[in-house]
Design a protein around this ligand. Structure first.
Ligand SMILES: [Zn+2]
Length: 445
């Protein structure tokens, strides 16, 4: 039966255990009719070896291994009967999973497909000819991932989870060294963070040496208490984002002044060339010129940027302050001198005429120590939430494709399963009670 080799292999049947196999194809659907060799079983009650067949059950199993068409295995299963006890027992088979209607290979296939973050439960369901609910059930039963141990250097970052959930923001905990996700926390609220860290054994908490985080006071307070030996580092890139946001607001304010004449040079520059404001000045090209359609002239990036900065003195001031922070970040100096530099930066921001910038001065002051800490080197790199950035992007994709999740535990398992490359599923079926109960009940109509 060489043409059946593939199917026999995916069903895990040894050739000498196969009595017959037949095939039919109808409406783009494959059917395999399978019967195993009669080998008898042991009576579950008296232990006697029994070979008397009472009946055959016809069992239909979804065997989703080909994307192009659906496959069903129709298995003629023997039921033996003990002549003494009258107890019946079905013959064992190597392909039926613990899900009554699915083969082992189907379950495996579902779990492999779900490892890809571009796949939603519904997409996998369509591909495997199953219902989304069954796909979710398979996932819940086989993927329940435990927290990883805390590492020496960790990053904490919040992300937007769901508008419908009790906790709108969740947190990612990541190992700074290898980017592995340690855990996904359901909430960024102080009480939740406290109970989370309190439940981690003390010796493990005391091992943490560095924690990089966004500028979130609640998180800082909790880390100070529960990770007592950790140096807290404020993420420099997050601060850069705040400064850029302020610069962008000023750009918009200035641009709106020219909005009545949308053909003006000023409006054109602020609207279409604003990316130059946010670029690091070291990356601004001053040698290569490009033809500008608006001016019908050739300009370099540097010349265009100069024109933008001449439009408004406030914009120029905001830009210079942004650059000052960049210089502070990039300066190759020791910690003591870095402290002095940061003091200078704060003073300049405080003296600004722009309210946004004065507000940033307060933030910088509030996080002064943590900003300086972030220049410590660990594992050859300065500490930051850099390792989180790429992960955050995947989190967003997963949430967007699924149109949000309502069950946080399922979402947490999915993230850990997808984001940690070597994470795998359990072969055994796990208790789903814990996962299901926190699902938000559907609203009654
Ligand atoms: Zn018996």
């Amino acid at each position: 039966m060489p043409i059946y080799n593939d199917i026999i292999k995916t069903l895990n049947i040894k050739v000498d255990n196969l009595e017959s196999i037949d095939y039919a194809f109808k409406n783009n659907h494959s059917y395999y009719f399978i019967k195993l060799v009669s080998r008898g079983v042991f009576c579950p009650r008296c232990g006697r070896y029994i070979t008397r067949i009472q009946t055959y059950d016809s069992i239909s199993l979804n065997h989703s291994i080909f994307i192009s068409h659906h496959t069903t295995v129709i298995y003629k299963r023997r039921r033996y009967i003990c002549p003494l006890c009258r107890v019946t027992e079905s013959e064992p088979n190597p392909f039926q999973s613990s899900h009554p209607k699915l083969t082992n290979e189907t379950v495996k296939n579902v779990l492999i497909l779900l490892k890809d973050y571009n796949q939603t439960f519904s997409m996998v369901a369509r591909k495997t000819n199953l219902s989304p609910t069954i796909v979710q059930t398979i996932f819940d039963e086989h993927v329940q991932i435990k927290r990883k141990p805390l590492s020496e250097a960790i990053c904490i970052d919040e992300f937007y989870f769901s508008r419908k959930a009790e906790n709108k923001y969740s947190c990612l905990l990541i190992n700074f060294k290898n980017g592995m996700v340690i855990d996904v926390l359901p909430s960024r609220k102080k009480a939740n963070l406290r109970s989370y860290f309190r439940n981690i054994p003390q010796h493990e908490r005391e091992r943490v040496k560095y924690v990089s985080m966004d500028l979130y006071d609640n998180c800082r307070d909790i880390v100070k208490i529960y990770l007592p030996y950790a140096l807290i580092c404020a993420d420099r890139f997050h601060i850069m984002k705040i400064i850029n946001n302020a610069l962008n607001r000023i750009r918009c304010d200035v641009m709106n002044k020219y909005s009545e004449n949308k053909k003006s040079d000023e409006y054109y520059l602020l609207k279409h060339k604003n990316n130059l404001l946010f670029k690091n000045s070291l990356d601004i090209n001053d040698t290569k010129s490009d033809r500008n359609r608006h001016f019908k002239m050739r300009y370099t990036e540097g010349q265009t940027l100069d024109m933008i900065l001449e439009i408004d003195s406030k914009l120029k001031e905001a830009y210079d302050l942004k650059e000052l922070y960049c210089i502070f970040c990039e300066a190759n100096v020791d910690i003591d001198f870095r402290k002095e530099l940061l003091e200078t930066v704060i003073v300049e921001y405080k003296l600004s005429d722009i309210e946004y910038m004065r507000n940033i001065a307060m933030t910088l002051e509030n996080w002064e120590e943590e900003i300086i800490n972030s220049f410590h080197i660990y594992d050859g790199r300065k500490l930051s939430n850099g390792p989180i950035e790429g992960r955050n992007r995947i989190v967003k994709i997963i949430l967007r494709l699924a149109n949000g999740y309502t069950n946080f535990n399922r979402f947490r398992n999915r993230l850990l399963y997808v984001l940690n490359k070597h994470e795998t599923y359990s072969e055994q079926i796990l208790d789903v009670h814990k996962i299901r109960k926190t699902g938000t009940p559907k609203k009654k109509r």
